[in-house]
Design a protein around this ligand. Structure first.
Ligand code: AN7
Length: 412
């Protein structure tokens, strides 16, 4: 399917953001021996023009040169990326800003932005000879990993917080043949278990600690810039802080490559019951105080110890942006507004971006002549159980009853 993808020779390394050690791209480690996070870095940013890129399909692999997977690697793809960037027609007047776009990541093959990271990281896993991949997950990572692993012919093991994963995501992991391990505890406990497993057994870890996940997820920035240029703000739901770090990396690389000239301000949004980064930002802390019992209706971001916090905090500060939190009530209201004013069905975690924008506007951090992109990370179908929190106009009627109902609705 991607035989037409240009496979470049790339000069890049894996580098520790803490101790600056450098590793070969073929190195299998996903964290540095010093404990620091790893990042893929170009030695020299490839020379590119928009017209070359735009001659290819509007999909993630359009940006092949900026994704330094070695050219011999087989690309495991489900046609991810190229998701709709939808201009808001009705919400714009509610929030009073120049332009609001919604990047609808629910349109990815497994219904979330995770597919961007997985096409890249699973391709690397396959290339590195992994047979078993593993992740801790609040649900979407598990759904995406098990789909891509299936396509790559690898076994997947997903470690999940018992009772806290939305139904749609579980259906996907089961359907794609993953081994599901539920543990008593939160996502953070599941990730600790993954770390222990990885120390002992030859498994490849596909959590967003993995630098190749970031390489895939940064393409969201490429697509936004490609379609409408760089906005003034980009608002991103934050759990582990992987996606917001990736999006920042994407915008920075575009600027470095001379493809854009400005950078956006990043607004990261957490759920109030799981907001260690927002709290650290508010207090001006350099190291967050973790939350031991995170709780929110937005189970995707029910995370108390975000592993990507160093890069997420750095990205947001560098951009001149903000980190904030929104309540479950605000999340549900925003979910309903996106669905009922724009026709966009997103899961609760994804609605934090609109809830965040509403707050940013109230606090006058976003100006009325600024443009904003809201990242809608996952599809509404992921989490059908939240229906109980929304107003529903449902009737059980006889056929005469139906006639009466319609008469009332049309107002005759
Ligand atoms: C819909 O699936 O962490 O800040 O294990 O599913 O990069 O963690 C999901 C995260 C936002 C937060 N929106 O992204 C997992 C997982 C949705 C998500 C996030 C997630 P990060």
């Amino acid at each position: 399917m991607h035989g037409d993808v240009y496979a470049p020779n790339i000069e890049a390394v894996i580098k520790c953001i803490k101790c600056s050690s450098e590793f070969n791209l073929m190195d299998k480690r996903i964290v540095c021996s010093c404990g620091g996070l790893l990042q893929v870095e170009f030695k020299k940013i490839p020379e590119l023009t928009w017209s070359v890129l735009r001659g290819r399909a509007f999909k993630l692999w359009r940006y092949r040169e900026l994704i330094p997977v070695p050219s011999e690697a087989q690309i495991i793809s489900l046609g991810e990326g190229g998701t709709p960037l939808i201009k808001s027609v009705r919400l714009k007047d509610l929030v009073h800003v120049k332009e609001v776009y919604i990047k609808f990541e629910g349109a990815n093959p497994t219904g979330s932005f995770k597919d961007r990271g997985m096409t890249v990281a699973v391709s690397m896993a396959k290339y590195l000879g992994a047979r078993v991949v593993v992740c801790a997950s609040t649900g979407n990572t598990a759904a995406s990993m098990s789909a891509y692993a299936a396509r790559a012919g690898m076994k997947s093991i997903v470690i999940l917080p018992k009772g806290k994963v939305a139904k749609g995501k579980l259906v996907q992991a089961v359907l794609h043949g993953a081994i599901l391990a539920f543990i008593d505890g939160s996502f953070d406990d599941a990730l600790r278990a993954v770390t222990q497993v990885a120390e002992r057994y030859p498994v490849y870890v596909l959590n967003s600690l993995n630098p190749w996940r970031i390489e895939g997820q940064k393409t969201l920035a490429f697509e936004v810039a490609d379609e409408v240029g760089v906005p003034d703000w980009i608002v991103v739901p934050v759990g582990n802080g992987g996606n917001i770090s990736a999006i920042w990396k994407g915008f920075k690389e575009l600027k470095e490559a001379g493809l854009t000239s400005k950078l956006p301000k990043l607004a990261g949004v957490q759920a109030s019951g799981a907001a260690p980064l927002a709290r650290a930002f508010r207090k001006g802390l350099n190291v967050p105080e973790f939350v031991n019992n995170p709780e929110t209706i937005a189970t995707a971001i029910r995370i108390g110890r975000p592993v990507n916090w160093p890069r997420a905090l750095k990205a947001i500060r560098e951009s001149g942006g903000v980190l904030m939190d929104v309540t479950d009530e605000e999340i549900l209201k925003a979910q309903e507004a996106l669905a009922r004013f724009e026709g966009l069905g997103v899961e609760p975690a994804s609605a934090t971006s609109l809830a965040g924008l509403i707050k940013l506007k109230e606090e006058e951090l976003v100006d009325r002549d600024e443009s904003v992109v809201l990242v809608a990370t996952g599809h509404a179908l992921k989490d059908p159980d939240v229906i109980k929190y929304h107003s529903a106009d449902i009737h059980y009627l006889s056929s005469e009853g139906v006639l009466a109902l319609v008469r009332e609705v049309v107002g005759t």
